[in-house]
Design a protein around this ligand. Structure first.
Ligand SMILES: [Zn+2]
Length: 138
């Protein structure tokens, strides 16, 4: 079977054409399609929240980026950066709008949350261990 559209929310391929105009910002819009009215409502709610939360998301990403850069001084800063990044990914699971448009909201949120969880459970402790090892060597 050759389906026409991939649902903008759940990502399944469908022939249903329930249009959804996604407004990333004033200039950037995309015409997408959903498989059901339910998916359309969920997608619209999600994209509305992205629009409101994006500034906060970018600030948190910038802060965690600064911590990781500060890791040049002390490795422990990298683990703090990974922790902030991971918590951000869990609470505000926003990838770029292009990724959402391509894979559907549901899959992308899941993926971003998995990366966030890995960052907290693996990267953060790893850099704490590295920090402790560095200190014991010195
Ligand atoms: Zn759907």
């Amino acid at each position: 079977m050759n389906w026409h559209w991939q649902c903008a929310y759940c990502g399944i391929w469908t022939d249903n054409e329930i249009p959804l105009l996604i407004e990333f910002n004033k200039k950037h819009r995309k015409q997408a399609f959903c498989c059901s009215d339910e998916c359309k409502e969920k997608a619209r709610f999600f994209y509305g929240r992205i629009k409101r939360m994006t500034p906060l998301f970018l600030v948190l990403v910038a802060i965690s980026g600064l911590f990781i850069i500060a890791g040049i001084l002390y490795t422990i800063f990298i683990s703090a950066g990974c922790l902030i990044m991971g918590v951000t990914a869990l609470v505000l699971p926003y990838a770029t709008s292009e990724q959402f448009a391509e894979y559907g909201v549901k899959k992308t949120v899941k993926l971003v949350r998995i990366i966030g969880a890995l960052s907290i459970t693996i990267l953060c402790p790893l850099f704490i261990i590295l920090h402790i090892m560095q200190i014991s060597i010195l």
